[in-house]
Ligand binder design. Structure first.
Ligand code: AMP
Length: 217
């Protein structure tokens, strides 16, 4: 049976990058709520029209829309969830959804970084318009400028990676994270990782912590 993991962290903490690496390592899909929402916006669907305004302001999209979208994407087998849950109410909904499928989460990985790192990472971030692959002008540049290595799609700057919106997203993260972390640490499911390191080091740390045997009581 596949690994079921959640990645929690500020925007720019490396959730997407680590989710991609974990997805390859465990052979289970990465489910990125941000990517799902951006697709809804691009396709101009009804939820997409509502979602767009929230995303542009750096606010969280209402839970009702999020929970409906995620239910369709999670089948209870393995997954690496990136960007969901983002608050306590979403965490509870996810547990309910998994219980209904006789499943549970293996672990929740909290990637810890400070605001300075977030600004540095997001201001150099580029994303493939076509496949969502992530790049950074300095630390993860593409082989050819502005072209995705994987699918040759065009690399763009996300609308919400502007400095004012980054700050708002950071505030939203700070407001919500405590409830989320308390919830998962009480259930003994939380792994905390310092994420201000290069991506391979963070990845190795995550894997080593996931392999540690559970604490005995
Ligand atoms: P991300 O790509 O994970 O940084 O998400 C980009 C934006 O999508 C966020 O700033 C929110 O506006 C929205 N979003 C993503 N995931 C969620 C979620 N779980 N709940 C509410 N809004 C979300």
């Amino acid at each position: 049976m596949g690994m079921r993991l959640v990645l929690v962290g500020a925007p720019g903490s490396g959730k997407g990058t680590q989710a991609e690496m974990l997805s390859n390592y465990y052979g289970v899909p990465r489910v990125s709520l941000g990517d799902i929402l951006r697709q809804e916006v691009d396709r101009g669907t009804d939820p997409g029209k509502i979602v767009k305004e929230y995303m542009e302001r750096g606010e969280l999209v209402p839970d009702k829309i999020i929970n409906e979208l995620i239910t369709a994407k999670i089948n209870g087998e393995g997954f690496i969830l990136d960007g969901y849950p983002r608050n306590l109410s979403q965490a509870r909904s996810l547990d309910k959804l998994l219980v209904s499928k006789n499943r549970s989460l293996d672990k929740v990985i909290f990637l810890k970084v400070g605001l300075e790192v977030v600004i540095r990472r997001l201001s150099g971030r580029r994303v493939c318009k076509n496949c969502g692959a992530l790049y950074h002008l300095v630390t993860m540049p593409p082989q050819k400028e502005n072209i995705c290595d994987k699918c040759k799609g065009e690399l763009i700057i996300r609308d919400d990676d502007k400095e004012e919106t980054i700050k708002r997203r950071w505030e939203v993260f700070l407001k919500e994270v405590e409830g989320l972390i308390d919830f998962y640490s009480q259930g003994g499911r939380l792994i905390e990782v310092e994420a201000n390191m290069d991506k391979e080091k963070v990845f190795k740390k995550i894997i080593s912590l996931l392999k540690e045997p559970p604490e005995s009581f």
